[in-house]
Design a protein around this ligand. Structure first.
Ligand code: HEM
Length: 461
């Protein structure tokens, strides 16, 4: 059976000149890819300010990300672009500073905490359903806006125990959208060694957006930080409470205020931007695959009947998991991960110099012509097959791997299963004729023209 292949930027037949790649990448880094990018084991690009190596071969990916992770710390490029918003957050730090932050933050993501997070996720998902009930009557709807709202609301409630709504929600979404759109314009000139091409006006706008977001977060963190320091810890069981309690193992020191704001800002960004991207694509893929959507609806109905979802139900939704797993393969929100080689090292037939950037791109690995069968097709049933299970082991890393693997993976999977199952349980999703989303690579993989769908309410069983 042939499966639906969602549209994505058609790769160029051959590599373009550097200046052309620069201008393409300003819009989307996906536009710089060419046919061989999806077939090669390893490639290299040399720019005036940078040596860059792309690594696709599974053995090498494992070496960079896991076996020799210390020799390949995070590249400073992305960190510099995100610093105004995230400061020295765990996403970009390295060495002892990163290790200390990870140890202090890990307890907030232990398995037991997921059980506590589930009712919070359900409240936010119910709030989404109420919002949709007011507007979703078969007319067009930009699903990306709704997925951003619900995931931001979930991470906000999980961090602070309060919902994100009203004017604050709109201010934050607007500031994030501006920050996200400006990120490539600040990042690319550094990559291409032409920093003088960064417009001061863009720097100013990006810093202003970052200040707005951090300002809102500081307002929420300050009173609880001060109260905690004065011996009044509060009764909340949320991520902020866990961070306030966290102590460095050797010194017993807690997070200082600025460092705490850095971590919270990072969690807020990492915790909703990625999930919103993946859920938006999942909704689109389901709208394009009515047969799979009906099967998923039946699965959810028979697992839950008329009652509300409980955390234990999620693992029984096999097709729902596979739909999300397949979405993360085709549209991995973190399309690439950048490392820096700490020393000169051999790789295949090449010598990677110290200081070079080593890029691992789930976007390419998940669609690699030799690593996956029918790589561009949306086929959630592929995971029943032995060959695809092998590909899953070798060539699937939407959450990264090794010591820097995503801290929120289990959180994200639980949240996605709940949101997707709730959506399909109550609505029939269908495409808007003539509207084809255009994937673009920015901070995450988004659509340049939004993702418009029709949502039609299903009648009760
Ligand atoms: C579908 C959703 C998500 C995807 C695809 C995703 C993907 C990733 C990836 C690929 C990395 C590793 C980046 C690298 O190695 O360079 C990462 C790191 C991280 N993610 Fe996620 N993420 C998701 C959701 C979340 C959520 C919901 C949270 C928190 C609630 C979160 C928190 C983090 C943190 C803290 C790190 C940094 C870990 C470290 O460097 O030690 N992520 N994520």
């Amino acid at each position: 059976m042939s499966h639906f292949c969602p549209e994505y930027p058609r790769p160029r037949s051959r590599r373009a000149a550097n200046w052309l790649m620069f201008f393409s990448a300003r819009r989307s880094w996906l536009d710089t890819l060419y046919e061989r990018s999806y077939r090669m084991q390893m490639g290299e690009v040399h720019l005036p300010g940078l040596d860059l190596y792309m690594v696709n071969e599974p053995g090498l990916v494992k070496r960079v990300m896991t076996e020799e992770a210390q020799a390949f710390p995070k590249s400073p490029l992305l960190g510099n672009a995100l610093r105004p918003l995230l400061g020295d957050s765990i996403f970009t730090t390295n060495g002892d500073q990163w290790r200390r932050q990870r140890e202090m933050m890990d307890p907030a993501f232990e398995q037991a905490r997921l059980g506590v997070a589930f009712p919070v996720m359900r409240e936010a998902t119910n709030a989404m359903l109420e919002r949709l009930a007011r507007v979703a009557d078969g007319t067009e709807h930009d699903i990306e806006v709704e997925m951003t709202h619900v995931t931001a609301d979930i991470i906000f409630r999980t961090i602070f125990s309060v919902p994100l709504e009203g004017a604050d929600a709109h201010r934050v979404f607007d500031a994030f959208a501006r920050f996200q759109a400006l990120a490539p314009r600040l990042l690319l000139p550094s990559i291409y060694g032409v920093r003088w091409l960064v417009w001061p006006w863009d720097v100013w706008r990006s810093r202003r957006a970052a200040r707005e977001i951090r300002g809102l977060l500081e307002q929420l963190i300050r009173p609880r930080f001060d109260a905690h320091r004065q011996g009044r810890p509060g009764s909340e069981v949320d991520i902020l409470a866990s961070f306030l309690e966290a102590r460095e193992a050797s010194t017993g020191e807690p997070f200082g205020f600025e460092e705490l704001v850095d971590q919270v800002a990072m969690l807020f960004l990492a915790g909703h931007e990625t999930s919103a991207s993946a859920l938006t694509w999942a909704a689109y893929l389901l709208a394009r695959s009515p047969g799979i959507q009906e099967r998923m609806h039946d699965e959810v109905r028979s697992a839950l009947g008329e009652r509300q979802a409980e955390s234990g139900d999620m693992k029984r939704l096999t097709l729902t998991w596979n739909v999300f797993r397949e979405t993360l393969r085709l549209f991995p929100p973190v399309g690439f991960m950048a490392r820096q080689s700490a020393k000169t090292c051999p790789m295949r037939d090449k010598t990677v110099p110290a200081g070079a950037s080593v890029v691992i791109a789930p976007w390419l690995i998940h669609r690699h012509r030799d690593l996956w069968q029918d790589p561009d097709a949306f086929d959630p049933d592929r995971y029943d097959d032995d060959q695809s299970r092998e590909s899953l082991k070798q060539a699937y890393l939407p959450f990264g791997m090794g010591p820097r693997v995503c801290m929120g993976a289990a959180f994200a999977l639980q949240e996605a299963a709940l949101i997707l199952s709730s959506l399909v349980r109550h609505y029939r999703l269908s495409v808007v004729p003539g509207h084809v989303p255009q994937p673009v690579g920015r901070l995450t993989i988004r659509s340049a023209n939004g993702v418009r769908l029709r949502l039609e309410r299903r009648s009760p069983a």
